[in-house]
Design a protein around this ligand. Structure first.
Ligand SMILES: *Cc1c(COP(=O)(O)O)cnc(C)c1O
Length: 344
């Protein structure tokens, strides 16, 4: 099977497993796991920020960030397709008691003008605009990403208006290999940044929230109350460490393969709309007479696994466990599917 469901489906490589086995561990709730401490320091340094905290998931790092930056009756401003709105169970309301203002951006991206227009003036009957969240790359935007020149004005606006700004960088490294930018280029424009190690980087678990010392100290309390204080997890931190050493550069391959598949799809009569392919995600809408679940099951009969992604769209995600041979097969199979959708 060629599994394109998500970049979370990868299995640790033999090299990663061997490296994990050698990890020194301790109780991380007491800050005594040397592997976790080293990873947290390494990641903070990469971004030119003060400190970071290792968490079990990207949902937790985002939720902790929202909690850090807001209090009840505040609001967060973000794109309507954001993970924090679409895929975190409404946690902004549940964990932080805040409201949300949704911007209809372009493929998941919002502009400083749109943010400006949505900052509330502060009447007694309104929530207080307190936080802006940018997602980079944008998952539901089809892997689109911000140029630094698009981020700068949003960051400046936030500073000027005393709003905090957080980046959900679950797939930030897929962006960096595309633009040639460095993590440090991003560190200076955000109060906090969240990155995921279990997506394209191929670790079995783990996300980090990066920020200043005080924020991360407070984040440790929020992580604990969410049940995310972990003990001898140095084995998992070691997997992340290995991923940072060995799996960043190869993300370019995932991006290039996504573009290759996108080029094939762009010619297919059964595709109504293909989102521009920028990184490792391919999202396309099917012609109206073809239903997503039907398409998924035909793909499955041809050994390709994928998920319906809402609004009669299909998502493919490229990752570490996909081989050249699989890509050739996918590019060969996609045109053959036309025979199933002849009429109409
Ligand atoms: C995957 C993802 C997350 C975190 O998801 P978890 O499954 O909780 O680790 C956050 N933001 C985006 C954009 C994602 O794609």
């Amino acid at each position: 099977m060629i599994n394109l469901i998500s970049d979370t489906v990868t299995k640790p490589t033999p090299g990663m497993l061997a490296y994990m086995m050698k990890a020194e561990v301790g109780d991380d709730v007491f800050r005594e796991d040397p592997s976790v401490n080293a990873l947290q320091e390494r990641v903070a340094d990469m971004f030119g920020m003060e400190d970071s905290i290792f968490c079990p998931s990207g949902t937790m790092t985002n939720q902790i960030a929202i909690k850090l930056h807001t209090k009840a009756l505040d609001e967060v401003i973000c794109d309507i397709d954001s993970h924090i709105y679409q895929s975190e169970v409404g946690g902004y309301a549940f964990n932080s008691g805040i409201a949300i203002t949704l911007i209809h951006g372009q493929n998941g991206k919002i502009t400083s003008d749109q943010v400006q227009q949505n900052i509330k003036p502060g009447f007694d009957w309104q929530p207080i605009s307190r936080l802006v969240v940018l997602e980079n790359s944008c998952n539901k935007g089809g892997g689109s990403f911000y140029a630094l020149d698009e981020i700068k004005p949003i960051s400046e606006l936030c500073r000027q208006k005393s709003l905090r700004i957080h980046m959900d960088g679950a797939r930030l490294f897929n962006v960096l290999v595309e633009t040639g930018e460095k993590p440090k280029d991003y560190g200076k424009y955000f109060d906090t940044i969240s990155i995921c190690m279990s997506k394209g980087l191929g670790a079995p678990i783990g996300s980090l929230l990066i920020g200043n010392k005080d924020q991360i100290k407070e984040a440790r309390r929020f992580r604990k109350v969410m049940g995310g204080g972990m003990r001898q997890v140095g084995y998992l931190a070691a997997a992340c460490d290995y991923a940072l050493d060995h799996h960043i550069e190869r993300l370019k391959l995932d991006n290039d393969r996504a573009k290759k598949i996108g080029a094939v799809l762009s010619e297919m009569p059964y595709v109504k709309l293909l989102k521009p392919v920028h990184t490792n995600i391919v999202i396309f809408e099917l012609m109206d007479h073809i239903k997503d679940h039907e398409f998924i099951s035909i793909l499955k009969n041809h050994n390709i696994l994928a998920v319906p992604f809402g609004g009669n769209t299909i998502r493919f995600v490229l990752h570490l466990d996909v081989t050249d041979n699989m890509i050739n097969q996918v590019c060969d199979i996609l045109p053959r599917l036309n025979t199933f959708f002849k009429n109409d």
